[in-house]
Design a protein. Structure first.
Length: 199
């Protein structure tokens, strides 16, 4: 009864974050009901994102220049100061404050059981290497920029253990953000205060 093309679209959409099978089905039928020109435009824009790549240094997705993103490749950014965040969207939120003078490391969705994934260990290893390559071979500060949730706190301790010895200072962002709150949903003023009051 359901056309094959809808079934295929639902299967693909169901893999997206926060889209369950029912929502995916609704979206699929919505797309199928859109004017052809809009469907074509949607497909074209999605296709365009395929040329974006993951930065080899901070692992966020961006238009890359020589393997690095626009933030990492910016000579005005302090390469010795790093803020470790969970998600790409956290970078966007923090960038709005203009208070981050250094660079980022995007770790990816934090594990709930406190065991870092292989991908996360690889990213932390890349961070260590990039710090070892700095003049002096040590970071001035690494800020752990996880949301102050239960698993954010748990993972902050684990990550702090991993980065000991590669930085002069480890600090934690989040004072000021309500406990249990997510960076993504904090307003700019709160975040700005959380960055300035890090400890
Ligand atoms: Zn980057």
């Amino acid at each position: 009864m359901t056309p094959d093309s809808i079934k295929k679209l639902v299967a693909l959409l169901s893999q997206l974050p926060s889209l369950g099978p029912r929502q995916a089905t609704r979206v699929a039928f919505h797309i199928a009901g859109m004017p052809t020109s809009e469907v074509t435009e949607l497909a074209r824009v999605i296709n365009e994102t395929a040329r974006l790549k993951r930065c080899t240094q901070c692992f966020r997705i961006d238009e890359l220049t020589t393997g690095r993103c626009t933030i990492c490749a910016n000579p005005r950014r302090d390469q010795a100061s790093i803020i470790i965040v969970e998600k790409e969207t956290d970078v966007l939120t923090l960038e709005k404050t203009k208070a981050i003078k250094g660079r980022y490391l995007v770790l990816g969705d934090l594990p709930k059981d406190g065991v870092l994934t292989t991908q996360q260990r690889t990213r932390l290893a890349a961070l260590k290497k990039s710090i070892a390559d700095l003049p002096g071979g040590i970071a001035s500060e690494i800020i752990i920029g996880f949301s102050p949730t239960t698993y954010g706190d748990l993972n902050a301790e684990i990550v702090a253990g991993q980065i000991k010895g590669i930085t002069q200072k480890i600090s934690r962002l989040g004072r000021g953000i309500p406990t249990g709150g997510e960076i993504e949903f904090a307003d700019e003023q709160t975040l700005d205060a959380a960055i300035k009051n890090r400890n």
